[in-house]
Write a protein that binds this ligand. Structure first.
Ligand SMILES: [Zn+2]
Length: 155
């Protein structure tokens, strides 16, 4: 299922996707990045409400508690499935004189990202990672989206 937010014709370019030419960006409209549409007032409100709902229904976990199979998000990365999470034998940080090892995550192959398929994450007290919503929470989010004006849910 997918959530769509209501759009209207871009006001800046009148739905053409282009605007006045400039040397650096050509004639791509800044209002819609060339997509010709922008979120409507109701669509904007719906997206904000939906995003807030999803944020509230995502759990967090300490990096040291992550297990294989978890789908996690670290920083600005997309959600990725963890294949293994093991304490690093080579990487650690020092905090108040105590050595705290990193947890090394390996992610499912074929997931693109600037960091590739493996990398380490430092485990400090507040080193929490965000978990992807459970199927139950996602179903609730879709049900919530259906109640919003300016928003449609498709199969
Ligand atoms: Zn535009």
């Amino acid at each position: 299922m997918k959530v769509h937010f209501e759009t209207t014709e871009c006001e800046r370019c009148g739905g053409t996707g282009s605007y006045s030419y400039c040397e650096q960006w050509g004639s791509v409209c800044f209002g819609c990045s060339g997509s010709k549409v922008q979120l409507s007032t109701a669509g904007k409100k719906a997206r904000k409400a939906y995003d807030a709902f999803c944020t509230a229904h995502r759990a967090t976990k300490m990096a040291s508690e992550v297990v294989a199979g978890d789908r996690i998000k670290v920083g600005g990365d997309p959600f990725r499935r963890v294949v293994s999470a093991v304490p690093s034998s080579t990487h650690a940080i020092k905090l108040d004189g105590t050595k705290i090892p990193y947890v090394e995550f390996t992610f499912a192959k074929g997931v693109s990202g600037p960091l590739g398929t493996t990398y380490s994450l430092g485990v400090v007290k507040d080193s929490y990672v965000t978990l992807a919503m459970t199927p139950e929470a996602q179903a609730e989010a879709f049900a919530f989206a259906r109640t919003l004006k300016g928003c449609t849910v498709t199969e």
